[in-house]
Design a protein around this ligand. Sequence first.
Ligand code: RIB
Length: 322
Amino acid sequence: MFAGKKPVVVVGSINIDLVANTERIPVEGETVLGTDFQIHPGGKGANQAVAVARLGYPVQMIGRLGDDAFGAQLRAHLEGAGVDVAGVATTPGTSGVAVIVVGQKGENSIVITPGANALLTPQDLDANIEILRSAGLVLTQLEIPIETVQHLAKICAREGVPLILDPAPAKELPPDLLKDVAWFTPNETEAAFFIGTTDGLSDPAPMAQTLIGKGVKGVVLKLGSRGAYVASAEFRELLSSFAVTAIDTTAAGDAFNGAFATGLLMQMGALESARFANAAAAISVTRAGAQPSMPVMAEVEQMVQRARGNSHPGAKAGAESE
Ligand code: RIB
Protein backbone atom coordinates (compact mmCIF):
# COMPACT_ATOMS: atom_id res chain seq x y z
CA MET A 1 0.00 0.00 0.00
CA PHE A 2 2.88 2.38 0.82
CA ALA A 3 5.50 0.90 -1.50
CA GLY A 4 7.93 3.51 -2.81
CA LYS A 5 7.09 6.03 -0.05
CA LYS A 6 9.92 7.72 1.84
CA PRO A 7 10.28 5.84 5.14
CA VAL A 8 10.07 7.03 8.72
CA VAL A 9 13.60 6.70 10.14
CA VAL A 10 13.79 6.13 13.90
CA VAL A 11 17.06 6.90 15.68
CA GLY A 12 16.77 5.58 19.21
CA SER A 13 16.93 2.99 21.93
CA ILE A 14 16.23 -0.73 21.83
CA ASN A 15 15.57 -2.40 25.21
CA ILE A 16 14.41 -5.68 26.62
CA ASP A 17 11.54 -4.98 29.06
CA LEU A 18 11.39 -7.06 32.24
CA VAL A 19 7.85 -6.42 33.44
CA ALA A 20 6.37 -7.18 36.87
CA ASN A 21 2.64 -6.64 37.43
CA THR A 22 1.56 -5.77 40.95
CA GLU A 23 -1.58 -4.52 42.64
CA ARG A 24 0.30 -1.46 43.80
CA ILE A 25 3.64 0.04 42.75
CA PRO A 26 5.93 -0.11 45.82
CA VAL A 27 7.11 3.08 47.52
CA GLU A 28 10.76 3.59 48.48
CA GLY A 29 12.02 0.83 50.81
CA GLU A 30 8.92 -1.34 50.33
CA THR A 31 8.62 -4.88 48.94
CA VAL A 32 5.32 -5.97 47.39
CA LEU A 33 4.17 -9.26 45.83
CA GLY A 34 3.79 -9.36 42.07
CA THR A 35 0.90 -10.98 40.25
CA ASP A 36 2.63 -11.70 36.92
CA PHE A 37 5.97 -11.39 35.11
CA GLN A 38 6.62 -11.01 31.38
CA ILE A 39 9.55 -10.24 29.09
CA HIS A 40 8.74 -8.01 26.10
CA PRO A 41 10.75 -6.23 23.40
CA GLY A 42 10.81 -2.50 24.20
CA GLY A 43 12.83 0.70 24.16
CA LYS A 44 11.24 3.98 23.10
CA GLY A 45 13.02 4.01 19.74
CA ALA A 46 12.24 0.41 18.86
CA ASN A 47 8.65 0.75 20.11
CA GLN A 48 8.08 3.74 17.85
CA ALA A 49 9.63 1.92 14.89
CA VAL A 50 7.36 -1.08 15.50
CA ALA A 51 4.35 1.24 15.88
CA VAL A 52 5.03 2.54 12.35
CA ALA A 53 5.67 -0.95 10.94
CA ARG A 54 2.44 -2.34 12.43
CA LEU A 55 0.56 0.41 10.60
CA GLY A 56 2.11 -0.96 7.41
CA TYR A 57 4.30 2.08 6.73
CA PRO A 58 7.99 1.67 5.68
CA VAL A 59 10.38 2.26 8.60
CA GLN A 60 14.12 2.02 9.15
CA MET A 61 15.89 2.04 12.49
CA ILE A 62 19.33 3.31 13.52
CA GLY A 63 20.45 2.04 16.93
CA ARG A 64 22.78 -0.28 18.85
CA LEU A 65 22.32 -3.68 20.45
CA GLY A 66 24.65 -5.68 22.69
CA ASP A 67 26.12 -9.01 21.60
CA ASP A 68 24.21 -10.78 24.39
CA ALA A 69 21.22 -13.12 24.03
CA PHE A 70 18.78 -10.20 24.38
CA GLY A 71 20.46 -8.43 21.45
CA ALA A 72 19.77 -11.32 19.08
CA GLN A 73 16.14 -11.59 20.27
CA LEU A 74 15.52 -7.87 19.94
CA ARG A 75 16.94 -7.77 16.41
CA ALA A 76 14.75 -10.72 15.43
CA HIS A 77 11.66 -9.00 16.89
CA LEU A 78 12.32 -5.81 14.94
CA GLU A 79 12.84 -7.72 11.71
CA GLY A 80 9.78 -9.85 12.36
CA ALA A 81 7.68 -6.69 12.82
CA GLY A 82 8.86 -5.35 9.46
CA VAL A 83 11.42 -2.78 10.62
CA ASP A 84 14.49 -2.42 8.35
CA VAL A 85 17.45 -2.98 10.72
CA ALA A 86 20.33 -2.29 8.31
CA GLY A 87 21.23 0.71 10.53
CA VAL A 88 21.25 -1.29 13.77
CA ALA A 89 24.79 -2.23 14.87
CA THR A 90 25.85 -4.87 17.38
CA THR A 91 28.36 -3.84 20.07
CA PRO A 92 30.29 -6.07 22.52
CA GLY A 93 28.49 -5.92 25.88
CA THR A 94 24.91 -5.81 27.12
CA SER A 95 21.78 -4.59 25.35
CA GLY A 96 19.53 -1.95 26.93
CA VAL A 97 17.33 -3.28 29.73
CA ALA A 98 14.21 -1.71 31.24
CA VAL A 99 12.81 -2.93 34.55
CA ILE A 100 9.13 -2.01 34.56
CA VAL A 101 6.52 -2.28 37.32
CA VAL A 102 2.89 -2.05 36.15
CA GLY A 103 0.14 -1.33 38.70
CA GLN A 104 -3.50 -2.36 38.70
CA LYS A 105 -4.75 0.66 36.73
CA GLY A 106 -2.10 0.23 34.05
CA GLU A 107 0.19 2.89 35.53
CA ASN A 108 3.91 2.16 35.51
CA SER A 109 7.33 3.04 36.80
CA ILE A 110 10.45 2.29 34.74
CA VAL A 111 14.21 2.03 35.38
CA ILE A 112 16.44 1.82 32.31
CA THR A 113 20.04 0.64 32.09
CA PRO A 114 21.11 1.88 28.65
CA GLY A 115 23.78 -0.74 27.77
CA ALA A 116 24.53 -0.53 24.04
CA ASN A 117 22.13 2.43 23.58
CA ALA A 118 24.70 4.62 25.36
CA LEU A 119 27.21 3.77 22.62
CA LEU A 120 25.19 5.16 19.71
CA THR A 121 27.50 7.98 18.60
CA PRO A 122 27.35 10.90 16.16
CA GLN A 123 29.73 8.80 13.98
CA ASP A 124 27.04 6.12 13.74
CA LEU A 125 24.78 8.74 12.19
CA ASP A 126 27.45 9.75 9.69
CA ALA A 127 27.96 6.08 8.83
CA ASN A 128 24.21 5.82 8.11
CA ILE A 129 23.85 9.15 6.33
CA GLU A 130 22.19 7.60 3.26
CA ILE A 131 19.43 6.14 5.45
CA LEU A 132 18.87 9.56 7.03
CA ARG A 133 18.85 11.28 3.63
CA SER A 134 16.23 8.85 2.36
CA ALA A 135 13.82 9.65 5.24
CA GLY A 136 10.40 11.25 4.86
CA LEU A 137 10.87 12.27 8.47
CA VAL A 138 13.04 11.28 11.41
CA LEU A 139 11.77 10.34 14.85
CA THR A 140 13.99 10.36 17.95
CA GLN A 141 13.84 10.32 21.76
CA LEU A 142 16.25 10.89 24.67
CA GLU A 143 17.31 7.33 25.58
CA ILE A 144 20.48 7.76 23.49
CA PRO A 145 23.39 10.17 24.14
CA ILE A 146 22.44 13.83 23.86
CA GLU A 147 25.44 14.56 21.55
CA THR A 148 23.94 12.05 19.13
CA VAL A 149 20.52 13.73 19.27
CA GLN A 150 22.20 17.10 18.75
CA HIS A 151 24.15 15.81 15.74
CA LEU A 152 20.97 14.26 14.37
CA ALA A 153 19.15 17.59 14.61
CA LYS A 154 21.94 19.27 12.64
CA ILE A 155 21.87 16.56 9.95
CA CYS A 156 18.08 16.84 9.63
CA ALA A 157 18.29 20.64 9.33
CA ARG A 158 21.06 20.39 6.71
CA GLU A 159 19.28 17.69 4.68
CA GLY A 160 15.83 19.29 4.96
CA VAL A 161 14.29 16.27 6.72
CA PRO A 162 11.65 17.12 9.39
CA LEU A 163 12.58 15.91 12.89
CA ILE A 164 10.11 14.80 15.57
CA LEU A 165 11.66 14.87 19.05
CA ASP A 166 9.87 12.90 21.77
CA PRO A 167 11.76 14.33 24.77
CA ALA A 168 11.55 11.22 26.93
CA PRO A 169 13.02 10.74 29.44
CA ALA A 170 13.30 14.52 29.98
CA LYS A 171 16.81 15.90 30.33
CA GLU A 172 18.61 19.20 29.71
CA LEU A 173 18.93 19.98 26.00
CA PRO A 174 21.65 22.03 24.29
CA PRO A 175 20.19 25.54 23.79
CA ASP A 176 20.20 25.55 19.97
CA LEU A 177 18.67 22.09 19.51
CA LEU A 178 14.98 22.99 19.64
CA LYS A 179 15.07 25.32 16.64
CA ASP A 180 15.88 22.30 14.45
CA VAL A 181 12.81 20.39 15.70
CA ALA A 182 9.67 20.28 13.55
CA TRP A 183 7.47 18.59 16.18
CA PHE A 184 8.17 18.37 19.92
CA THR A 185 5.95 15.78 21.64
CA PRO A 186 6.31 15.82 25.46
CA ASN A 187 3.83 14.46 27.98
CA GLU A 188 2.76 16.79 30.81
CA THR A 189 5.62 15.89 33.16
CA GLU A 190 8.19 16.35 30.42
CA ALA A 191 6.61 19.64 29.31
CA ALA A 192 6.82 20.90 32.92
CA PHE A 193 10.50 19.94 32.99
CA PHE A 194 11.29 21.94 29.84
CA ILE A 195 9.17 24.90 30.90
CA GLY A 196 10.78 24.81 34.35
CA THR A 197 7.57 24.99 36.39
CA THR A 198 4.61 22.90 37.44
CA ASP A 199 2.42 26.04 37.76
CA GLY A 200 -0.55 26.30 35.41
CA LEU A 201 -0.19 22.73 34.18
CA SER A 202 -3.96 22.36 33.83
CA ASP A 203 -3.97 24.70 30.81
CA PRO A 204 -2.05 23.28 27.84
CA ALA A 205 -2.26 26.46 25.73
CA PRO A 206 0.34 28.52 27.63
CA MET A 207 2.55 25.44 28.01
CA ALA A 208 2.58 24.91 24.26
CA GLN A 209 3.13 28.62 23.69
CA THR A 210 6.16 28.63 26.01
CA LEU A 211 7.65 25.65 24.18
CA ILE A 212 7.09 27.29 20.79
CA GLY A 213 8.82 30.35 22.25
CA LYS A 214 11.85 28.12 22.81
CA GLY A 215 12.18 27.58 19.07
CA VAL A 216 10.30 24.39 18.08
CA LYS A 217 7.97 24.77 15.09
CA GLY A 218 5.16 22.59 16.38
CA VAL A 219 4.17 21.07 19.72
CA VAL A 220 1.98 18.10 20.53
CA LEU A 221 1.33 17.81 24.26
CA LYS A 222 0.35 14.26 25.15
CA LEU A 223 -2.18 14.76 27.94
CA GLY A 224 -3.18 11.19 28.77
CA SER A 225 -6.89 10.96 29.54
CA ARG A 226 -7.35 14.60 28.43
CA GLY A 227 -6.17 13.78 24.89
CA ALA A 228 -3.57 15.81 23.00
CA TYR A 229 -3.02 19.54 22.46
CA VAL A 230 -1.59 20.43 19.04
CA ALA A 231 -0.04 23.85 18.45
CA SER A 232 1.86 25.43 15.58
CA ALA A 233 1.93 28.78 13.81
CA GLU A 234 -1.30 27.81 11.96
CA PHE A 235 -3.48 26.25 14.67
CA ARG A 236 -4.03 25.39 18.32
CA GLU A 237 -6.46 22.66 19.23
CA LEU A 238 -7.23 20.29 22.08
CA LEU A 239 -8.22 16.85 20.76
CA SER A 240 -10.07 14.58 23.14
CA SER A 241 -8.90 11.02 23.76
CA PHE A 242 -10.83 7.80 23.16
CA ALA A 243 -12.83 5.93 25.79
CA VAL A 244 -11.02 2.71 26.69
CA THR A 245 -10.12 0.85 29.86
CA ALA A 246 -6.36 0.81 30.36
CA ILE A 247 -4.57 -2.32 31.53
CA ASP A 248 -0.99 -1.27 30.71
CA THR A 249 -0.02 2.24 29.66
CA THR A 250 3.59 1.27 28.85
CA ALA A 251 4.54 2.64 25.41
CA ALA A 252 1.28 4.58 24.89
CA GLY A 253 3.45 7.60 24.11
CA ASP A 254 5.45 5.49 21.66
CA ALA A 255 2.28 4.30 19.91
CA PHE A 256 1.28 7.96 19.64
CA ASN A 257 4.59 9.11 18.17
CA GLY A 258 4.80 6.26 15.64
CA ALA A 259 1.24 6.88 14.48
CA PHE A 260 1.69 10.66 14.41
CA ALA A 261 4.76 10.31 12.17
CA THR A 262 2.89 7.85 9.94
CA GLY A 263 -0.11 10.17 9.67
CA LEU A 264 2.08 13.10 8.66
CA LEU A 265 3.74 11.04 5.92
CA MET A 266 0.31 9.85 4.76
CA GLN A 267 -0.44 13.58 4.23
CA MET A 268 -3.16 13.62 6.88
CA GLY A 269 -2.20 17.05 8.21
CA ALA A 270 -1.08 17.64 11.80
CA LEU A 271 -4.50 17.68 13.49
CA GLU A 272 -5.76 14.60 11.70
CA SER A 273 -2.44 12.86 12.41
CA ALA A 274 -2.75 13.66 16.12
CA ARG A 275 -6.33 12.30 16.16
CA PHE A 276 -5.10 9.13 14.43
CA ALA A 277 -2.23 8.92 16.97
CA ASN A 278 -4.64 9.37 19.91
CA ALA A 279 -6.57 6.35 18.63
CA ALA A 280 -3.39 4.25 18.26
CA ALA A 281 -2.34 5.17 21.82
CA ALA A 282 -5.79 4.36 23.20
CA ILE A 283 -5.72 0.89 21.62
CA SER A 284 -2.19 0.26 22.91
CA VAL A 285 -3.17 0.79 26.56
CA THR A 286 -5.76 -1.99 26.35
CA ARG A 287 -2.97 -4.54 25.77
CA ALA A 288 0.01 -5.72 27.82
CA GLY A 289 3.61 -4.92 26.91
CA ALA A 290 5.31 -2.31 24.76
CA GLN A 291 5.75 -3.63 21.21
CA PRO A 292 3.02 -6.32 21.47
CA SER A 293 0.49 -3.55 22.18
CA MET A 294 0.94 -1.64 18.90
CA PRO A 295 -2.21 -1.68 16.72
CA VAL A 296 -2.51 -2.33 12.98
CA MET A 297 -3.96 0.23 10.53
CA ALA A 298 -7.49 -1.27 10.36
CA GLU A 299 -7.87 -1.12 14.15
CA VAL A 300 -6.83 2.53 14.33
CA GLU A 301 -9.04 3.53 11.40
CA GLN A 302 -11.99 1.75 12.98
CA MET A 303 -11.50 3.58 16.26
CA VAL A 304 -11.29 6.96 14.51
CA GLN A 305 -14.43 6.16 12.48
CA ARG A 306 -16.34 5.00 15.56
CA ALA A 307 -15.55 8.26 17.35
CA ARG A 308 -16.70 10.26 14.31
CA GLY A 309 -20.06 8.55 14.55
CA ASN A 310 -20.22 9.33 18.28
CA SER A 311 -20.85 12.96 19.20
CA HIS A 312 -19.63 12.47 22.78
CA PRO A 313 -16.31 10.62 22.56
CA GLY A 314 -15.14 9.73 26.06
CA ALA A 315 -11.81 10.56 27.57
CA LYS A 316 -10.41 7.79 29.67
CA ALA A 317 -6.99 6.92 28.32
CA GLY A 318 -4.34 8.51 26.20
CA ALA A 319 -0.67 8.83 25.52
CA GLU A 320 0.77 10.50 28.58
CA SER A 321 2.50 7.44 29.93
CA GLU A 322 5.71 6.07 28.53
O1 RIB B 1 8.14 4.02 26.50
C1 RIB B 1 8.16 2.73 27.04
C2 RIB B 1 9.56 2.20 27.01
O2 RIB B 1 10.35 2.94 27.90
C3 RIB B 1 9.70 0.78 27.45
O3 RIB B 1 9.52 -0.14 26.41
C4 RIB B 1 11.09 0.75 28.06
O4 RIB B 1 12.00 -0.02 27.36
C5 RIB B 1 11.52 2.21 28.13
O5 RIB B 1 12.38 2.54 27.11
